[in-house]
Design a binder for this molecule. Structure first.
Ligand code: AMP
Ligand code: ZN
Length: 102
């Protein structure tokens, strides 16, 4: 999607460092971290939110990536968070899973 910050990062229109990438998703450090480690796991396809996910295998793939990222980053204790909708605090309307760890 042309006006989406995460699509722009994926398309290298906005500079960012990928800490992980596979066929389905990529991961970056949050620009405004709310914990010592704050990582965003982002599917490569543009899906606005969890409400728009039709094929739930995407969620399995994202959590499979989270396990790999955590292993890579040495993260053992963590929170995952998905904000869905403005009132729930979603700011970027391209699905993403937060990993938060101290
Ligand atoms: P949410 O509130 O769940 O939509 O989370 C969006 C997150 O994206 C926020 O924690 C922002 O700090 C983060 N964010 C926005 N723009 C960027 C960017 N260019 N690079 C990394 N993180 C970003
Ligand atoms: Zn997008």
């Amino acid at each position: 999607m042309s006006d989406c910050v995460f699509c722009k990062i994926l398309n290298k229109e906005i500079p960012s460092t990928f800490i992980y990438e596979d066929d389905v998703c990529f991961a970056i450090n949050d620009i405004n971290p709310k914990a010592k480690k704050h990582i965003l796991v982002i599917p490569k396809i543009h899906v606005e939110s969890l409400n728009e996910v039709e094929d739930l295998s995407l969620i399995k793939d994202l959590f499979s990536a989270i396990k790999k990222i955590n292993k890579q980053e040495g993260i053992k204790e963590f929170k995952t968070l998905i904000n869905t909708g403005k009132k729930a605090g979603q700011e970027v309307f391209h699905l993403h899973i937060h990993i938060l760890s101290d």
